[in-house]
Ligand binder design. Structure first.
Ligand SMILES: Cc1ncc(COP(=O)(O)O)c(C=O)c1O
Length: 394
């Protein structure tokens, strides 16, 4: 037995590399891993070189809208539109079209939410209530004034902190809720009765292509659009109404400008895959299993921890981790070096924390990632941590 103990000690001193590698090292938080088994020839059905206004193109765009409704369980009375400029386009279109009718509350707990605060305060120049929390925390959502229009992010991609559920949002609110759900849709249950605007892009949980945003409007949001005209000019790319009425065509697939039919085909393929793994329930279970693998790894180590402080707010998609070992001299340099080692070994690509976020790692755990690959990555994180610590000591 003493020999075995010595061997273990020597192995950790030598920082032995694990034997197994993840089959797919793509753990980027956007664009995210494509569906398992993805091949470019799956997109052969794309009507390339054809008008998106032709019957075939329109059918594809409508199928993207209908498939979104089916898999996300969006109620029939909510409109779903495909809009330009990815999730950013969808959020800004909503903000520019809807805000200003009543006081706004801008809520941020990481970089993207902070970007929407800047939009409201510095660009739209709204006298908004700004509610912020540090990376790792969620503001007290129940304390917000929901009679104002509230803009927030469901899953903070750069801090790994999410809304646990919609309990904090009152059903009888007077304001609109405008929710950036880009890293939550297809991985977390979204309470449609509590959300007046929901946005996301294809490049996140379903591993689709960047380009288009999805804009989902409740009847209350539509009522606002038809009864209120903002004081500022709206570029054509943001205009959701025509003559004071909702432009219904947008919500049937008659996009404002030209979409990429290749990206549309890719989204349709991803939706088919989503059906094959059990739809939303299956997707959520996959993300949960992936995230749990990372959480359990962290819970059994004293040198790494989830950035999200409260367990119920831990993201199951963008899992953000921080190194907590007191021997680390320069946290930012250390985390970068660990991510670099993982990338150099080809076991994890793009897992460094977001540029504005606290130093650490961010492991994407959405449904297109295989749990076996997350499990195979964990010993590599352990290896990279010890290797970097040894390098630092040297
Ligand atoms: C929460 C959140 N909002 C907005 C964006 C911007 O998305 P896009 O680049 O698709 O416009 C991202 C991208 O990572 C995000 O995570």
């Amino acid at each position: 037995m003493p020999n075995a103990a010595r061997t273990d000690a020597r192995q950790s001193d030598d920082v032995r590399k694990p034997d197994a590698r993840p089959g797919n090292p793509r753990f980027s938080s956007g664009p995210c891993a494509k569906i398992p088994g993805f091949r470019l020839d799956m997109l052969e059905g794309a009507p390339l070189g054809r008008s998106h206004r032709a019957a075939l193109g329109k059918d594809k765009l409508k199928a993207a809208i209908d498939g979104t409704r089916e898999i996300l369980g969006v109620p029939d009375e909510h409109r779903i539109g495909i809009v330009p400029a990815s999730d950013t386009g969808a959020v800004e279109m909503a903000m520019w079209s809807l805000l200003g009718a009543r006081k706004a509350t801008m809520v941020a707990w990481e970089s993207f939410g902070a970007g929407w605060v800047t939009d409201a305060v510095k660009q739209l120049k709204l006298d908004a209530e700004v509610v912020e929390a540090a990376y790792g925390q969620l503001p007290d959502m129940a304390a917000l004034d929901w009679n104002t229009d509230v803009v927030f992010t469901w899953n903070g991609t750069t801090s790994g902190v999410r809304m646990p559920d919609g309990a904090a949002i009152p059903a009888d609110r007077e304001g609109l809720t405008i929710c950036d759900a880009t890293s939550a849709a297809f991985a977390q249950d979204l309470p449609w009765d509590k959300l007046d605007v929901v946005t996301f892009s294809w490049q996140k949980v379903l591993g689709g292509e960047a380009a288009h945003g999805m804009l989902i409007l409740s009847p209350r949001a539509v009522e606002r659009l038809e009864s209120y005209t903002p004081a500022w000019p709206l570029p054509k790319i943001f205009r959701l109404t025509k003559g004071g009425k909702l432009n219904e065509g947008i919500f049937r697939g008659e996009t404002i400008n030209t979409p990429s039919m290749l990206a549309v085909e890719d989204y349709l393929v991803a939706l088919d895959w989503a059906r094959s793994v059990g739809g939303l329930e299956g997707l959520m279970a996959r993300a949960d299993a992936n995230a749990r693998t990372v959480w359990e790894f962290c819970e059994t180590r004293d040198w790494i921890a989830n950035l999200a402080e409260v367990p119920a707010t831990r993201s199951n998609t963008s899992v953000c981790l921080k190194f907590t070992d007191p021997r680390i001299a320069d946290g930012a340099a250390f985390a970068k070096a660990v991510a670099k080692r993982l990338e150099a070994e080809g076991v994890a690509l793009d897992v460094g924390a977001y540029r504005d976020a606290p130093a650490g790692l961010r492991i994407w755990c959405g449904g297109t990632v295989e749990t076996a690959d997350v499990a195979a990555l964990m010993p590599w994180i352990e290896w990279a941590f010890h290797a970097e610590l040894a390098a630092q000591a040297a």
